[in-house]
Ligand binder design. Structure first.
Ligand code: BYC
Ligand code: FE
Ligand code: FE
Length: 472
């Protein structure tokens, strides 16, 4: 039996027998999945100082307590409704939003919810070994906070599948626990979620860039005409901010430590000899996770995207800031690549909606990289981190199969094969990172040599607080 009281929610779970019954079947499978595929070695004997959402108001939202991870109270929350909300874009612009799924859009909506839902458990799977290589208890706690919230995001999508998609939705919810990141036969749906996250530089770059795709996709889904989808994703966005904070400050702290070591090593010294992470290695990981996350926005020209927009299922980030919400005649000037040369061509704007969202995403990433570069500047170094060109290392869309340098210059396949590890992490780079992370740091207030301590602790606790404690 599951009890509605154990599941924090604002969807009147105790009064919703149908949903309770569906969850009753699903929840034990979820817990089994969490034990098998969640944080390895941190299930039964550790208590983690985490935030649990117990309601959507600011107080209920920042509720901190020690919990064993499998006992975390994963909740179901919708952001408060907007009175008289109207469809904000597409062919049904101005009509009242939907409280139920229209039959004609059922498959498209299901597919969007499943794709979104699939990424959440995937990321937990990708990160499941990191606890054993952590640079501090503070970072360990942040990892687990991100993990339990991604688990809650899965619950959020399962809530929609159970409530609005009947039998099919229940089947989809089970399959979300069956596909596995990196599995040859049953992989996760989107490629970035099948890539290994072996070390903490991967993790911080992932939460900086891939969780930021979460932000852009959730922003566009929060515009949806399907009101429960909009309200669910709006609440998820509040949690996403912390994930990107973890990524951005994680890389910033590595950069800071690298700068200190570069000063120590002297101008031509080797930071790796001092156990730090050199700038080229940081840049390669940035290139890797940025390009994988750029892929997550789909093909540049997409009839799927056009149809999502026309039907009001998925809008643009900050739809209200645009003047034209119908977008029936506008065009997007896109750079195609033909016979090794860029050719500009107009594409109907609706077909370019993936690219419109990608533009927003790239801008948001660029601002973050600028903030990182201030650290290099403060330490008096002229080196800078850079976002690669969006054509670099693409696996999806019209640049997939072509090859470019990070500055956007085209390359032959042979040149690419010869030079790609100048720009992407090589095996030797990964081995080096694993070697400096082989011994985890579990002592409160201590930090691995390659990363600086944070400016402050979590929830006004000191930095040497015991963020994760072992049961005695
Ligand atoms: N990998 O017209 P196209 C997050 C497929 S992250 C593999 O380009 P569309 C999180 C595509 O399915 C946010 N396959 O695509 C972050 C299609 O297949 P079919 C996740 C890909 O549909 C960190 C074909 O290629 N949310 O929350 O316009 C931690 C061509 O389709 C990929 C969402 O994604 C890929 N990268 O756009 C935890 C929102 N890209 O039909 C969580 C929901 C495309 O030929 N999803 N394909 O079999 C969507 O809105 C869209 O599905 C996409 C793709 C934007 C992803
Ligand atoms: Fe998420
Ligand atoms: Fe996230």
């Amino acid at each position: 039996m599951i009890s509605a009281e154990r599941i924090p929610n604002n969807v009147n779970l105790s009064g919703n027998k149908r949903l309770l019954r569906a969850l009753e079947h699903w929840q034990p499978k979820y817990i089994q999945w969490w034990r098998d595929m969640g944080p390895q070695g941190f299930q039964d004997y550790h208590q983690v100082y985490v935030r649990t959402a117990v309601s959507v108001d600011p107080e209920g939202w920042a509720h901190f307590e020690y919990v064993k991870l499998p006992e975390y109270r994963w909740g179901i929350f919708l952001a408060d409704p907007t009175p008289d909300r109207r469809i904000g874009f597409g062919d049904f612009f101005g009509q009242p939003v939907w409280q139920e799924v229209p039959g004609e859009f059922r498959n498209q909506l299901r597919r969007l919810v499943v794709t979104q839902g699939d990424t959440e458990p995937a990321s937990v799977e990708q990160q499941r070994w990191l606890g054993q290589r952590c640079p501090s208890l503070y970072d360990l706690r942040n990892l687990f906070q991100v993990n339990v919230e991604e688990g809650r995001h899965l619950w959020a999508m399962v809530y929609l599948l159970h409530s609005y998609f009947g039998r099919d939705g229940r089947d989809d919810a089970e399959e979300l626990l069956e596909r596995q990141s990196g599995n040859r036969d049953k992989p996760r749906i989107l490629q970035a979620f099948n890539e290994p996250i072996d070390n903490w530089l991967d993790f911080f770059m992932f939460t900086m860039f891939t969780d930021r795709d979460g932000k852009s996709q959730l922003m566009s889904l929060s515009e949806s005409s399907l009101d429960p989808l909009s309200r669910t994703t709006r609440f998820m966005l509040t949690e996403e901010a912390h994930h990107m904070f973890v990524g951005e400050t994680g890389v910033a702290r590595i950069l800071e430590r690298t700068c200190q070591l570069m000063k120590e090593a002297g101008f031509s010294g080797d930071v790796r000899k001092l156990g730090g992470i050199d700038l080229p290695t940081i840049q390669k990981h940035l290139n890797q996770w940025f390009s994988l996350s750029v892929d997550l926005h789909g093909s540049e020209v997409s009839s799927n995207a056009a149809s999502y927009f026309a039907n009001g299922l998925k809008g643009r980030a900050k739809e209200e800031t645009f003047d034209d919400h119908l977008v029936t005649s506008a065009v997007y000037n896109m750079e195609f690549f033909e016979e090794g040369r860029p050719v500009g061509r107009e594409v109907s704007m609706r077909n370019a909606m993936n690219e419109v969202l990608r533009d927003w995403y790239v801008g948001d990433c660029a601002a973050g990289v600028e903030r990182w570069n201030r650290i290099l500047e403060q330490y008096g170094f002229s080196d800078r981190l850079r976002l690669p060109d969006r054509k670099f290392n693409r696996g999806i869309g019209m640049y997939a199969g072509l090859h470019f340098e990070p500055n956007g210059a085209p390359l032959s396949r042979q040149e690419w094969e010869r030079r790609k590890y100048e720009w992407l992490p090589s095996r030797a780079d990964s081995e080096y990172l694993l070697s400096i992370m082989a011994r985890p740091v579990y002592e409160p207030g201590k930090f691995a040599n390659y990363i600086a301590p944070p400016r402050r602790g979590i929830n006004q606790q000191p930095i040497d607080f015991e963020y994760v404690r072992t049961e005695h």
